[in-house]
Design a protein around this ligand. Sequence first.
Ligand SMILES: NC(=O)c1ccc[n+]([C@@H]2O[C@H](COP(=O)([O-])OP(=O)(O)OC[C@H]3O[C@@H](n4cnc5c(N)ncnc54)[C@H](O)[C@@H]3O)[C@@H](O)[C@H]2O)c1
Length: 327
Amino acid sequence: MKLLVTGGAGFIGSVVTRMLLDAGHRVTVLDDLRTGHRAALAPDATHVDLPVHEAAQVLTPDAGYDAVLHFAALIAAGESMVHPERYWHANTVSSIALIDAVRAARVPRMVFSSTAAVYGNPVELPIPETAVKAPANTYGATKLAVDLVLTSEATAHDLAAVSLRYFNVAGAYLRDGLAIGERHDPETHLIPIALDVAAGRREKLQLFGDDYPTVDGTCVRDYIHVEDLARAHLLALTAAVPGRHRIYNLGNGSGFTNRQVVDVVREVTGHPLPVEIAPRRDGDPAELVASSALARQELGWVPEKPTLADMVGDAWAFYRTHVLGQS
Ligand SMILES: NC(=O)c1ccc[n+]([C@@H]2O[C@H](COP(=O)([O-])OP(=O)(O)OC[C@H]3O[C@@H](n4cnc5c(N)ncnc54)[C@H](O)[C@@H]3O)[C@@H](O)[C@H]2O)c1
């Protein structure tokens, strides 16, 4: 297939791009590098340095794209509460412009990176796709808005649309000497921050709250290996059906507490990891765990690297070579 990948210089988009290319697809990456990394661009993909809202320059009616995979977004939930307008523009307004371009160019399929943040504070666990959607932050709201646009687009204009709602994505893609991992700036994700502390690049790790109703009082989150997540995108591309918007949660279905993550980071790195308990953060649910039963059933998706040891081990291998510069 001829594919356009937005956000292909970011963490997840660059891993999916690599796997699409290895599967024999032709890929154009559209990414203006606002938070991505030039080094993460696949050398055998074409790179177009444009913002998403200008995608129509690439998605022309005679360009012949078979699908768009849309990863590009701003992703920091905390920042989205301070600068919501940036998130509505980058995530929602831009996505609507992209969907307009998809329609005008008659691209038949689209796969969208949605998020667990659309659910907010869950009333049922594990969370199914049918759960109440009540985002606790603007980031989640901007993503939910795009999901709604895709539903009406599929129904009215026959688009084959798939939204994949990721829970916490972790790990790194390691293959044949290549390592692609997580490098957000500022970093807001627990595992890379914990690796920074273990490597001595940050003084301590703050855990927000230890009085939640969980086994050890810290929050429970569902982690998914980026390689497992990426495979789901390849499956979604072939499972997309014209006129339907399919939505799948992607997580392991078993959560880990923040303290369990800390313990595994200590074990994997062999370094001490000083922890400070800070007050709870507003809008942080005690537990977020996905039901991915639908993805397993309809896409035939099965996670191959479900353990924290797999995820932290691969993230640490990437961190040592690409952040610490060790061989
Ligand atoms: N990382 C996670 O744990 C997680 C969890 C749930 C959902 N997601 C979703 O997955 C997607 C990818 O996340 P990531 O962790 O790879 O993020 P990332 O920040 O590493 O990558 C995002 C990429 O998109 C590009 N980009 C952003 N806005 C753009 C725009 N308007 N025009 C052009 N390029 C733009 C950036 O330059 C960057 O390369 C996002 O849509 C995010 O909401 C991520």
